[in-house]
Ligand binder design. Structure first.
Ligand SMILES: [Zn+2]
Length: 347
């Protein structure tokens, strides 16, 4: 049996399995059983995958059409709530809402406001944006987007880059190969580095070399780039004042908290809160851990600095007995059918 036949039969088997679960009411039962739990979904950028005048990031992204299609299905099964309601329900300050769902966006991309928010509104959704205050202030793209763009401006051959006595190789002979190369490198770095500041220096150092080779840098086009542009304070203020969304903290620099010293951690937590409260004139009480990375010190610093709840990337539903400082989420499911969605979010 070749790979394609095996893949097709696996898909068929999965379809048949879900059909049986759906036909015999198992999915509906699971959904009913979980009705008192809150389902929190996590998104990042939302943009058209192919547009004429732009680049196309190597990380998987979600298109506005796909967001709309999935939200339409979910709206038949869930009631959308905002972040205050979610936390009030979990702390017992508000009565339960059956099958409640909260939509969260990480990193604060401008495309969240331009493309995702109008779609959210069609379904009565008030999402929360977890923003990285240092990037809003500088207007500069994230290091991972900068490197992604820099790599893609040097397509066509293997790339060999020397940085601090080490050689880094990237297969840029095709988009697929580069996608794989980039992912392996990024995952390796996340594992290898215990210091995020040093890791960022490596990414920025490599980006700089690639930018010199191609003569193109993301920072030159970022302000007009729907993929990588960060929402400005005034865009965030406007949307929050209009009651269309909430804003909460995702640190100052998007460093993994567990990799920082206590003073660095405190600064990331405290300064992001101060900046949001100063610029938005709202209380900043909620937090989201970059890369889902947290530890006991981070949790205790968040509590002592007035944060009421924090979201991780641990997978699952939230319920009242959960620790409010490590709330679970699901990645926004992509290209899924109705039964696949119900199965994924309820199993
Ligand atoms: Zn993030």
């Amino acid at each position: 049996m070749n790979f394609l036949t095996l893949f097709k039969s696996k898909l068929l088997l999965k379809k048949a399995f879900l059909w049986i679960l759906s036909k015999f009411g198992v999915l509906a039962f699971l959904h009913y059983k979980n009705r008192h739990k809150i389902c929190v979904l996590m998104l990042h950028g939302v943009m058209e995958k192919q547009t004429a005048n732009t680049w196309n990031p190597l990380r998987s992204q979600i298109s506005p059409n796909e967001l709309k299609r999935t939200l339409k299905i979910l709206s038949g099964y869930y009631r959308f709530i905002n972040i205050d309601q979610a936390v009030d329900i979990l702390t017992g300050q508000m009565p339960l809402i059956d099958n409640a769902m909260l939509i969260t966006f990480d990193d604060g991309y401008r495309n969240n406001i331009d493309y995702a928010l109008p779609i959210c509104e069609q379904f009565g959704i008030k999402p929360v944006l977890f923003v990285v205050t240092g990037h809003i202030d500088s207007g500069l793209p994230f290091w991972f987007d900068r490197f992604d763009y820099a790599l893609q401006q040097n397509m066509g051959e293997w790339l060999s880059l020397q940085y601090e006595h080490e050689t880094y190789l990237f297969d840029a002979t095709s988009r697929g190969a580069l996608q794989k190369s980039y992912k392996v490198f990024r995952d390796d770095c996340k594992r290898k580095f215990t210091d995020d500041i040093k890791m960022n220096q490596l990414f920025n150092g490599l980006s700089e070399m690639l930018e010199q080779q191609s003569g193109k840098a993301l920072s030159d086009i970022c302000a007009d780039d729907d993929w990588s542009a960060i929402a400005s304070w005034s865009q965030l203020q406007k949307a929050v004042t209009q009651g269309r969304m909430d804003v909460a903290s995702h640190t100052v620099d998007h460093f993994r908290l567990g990799n920082l010293s206590a003073p660095q951690m405190l600064s990331q937590i405290k300064q992001s809160k101060i900046r949001i409260e100063e610029k938005m004139a709202v209380k900043c009480q909620y937090f989201c851990y970059p890369n889902g990375n947290y530890n006991k010190s981070a949790i205790s610093l968040l509590k002592s600095n007035g944060f009421k709840a924090a979201f991780s990337t641990d997978v699952g539903l939230c319920q009242s007995k959960d620790d409010l400082m490590t709330l679970k989420r699901f990645s926004f499911p992509l290209d899924k059918s109705e039964s696949e969605l119900l199965y994924l979010l309820n199993r």
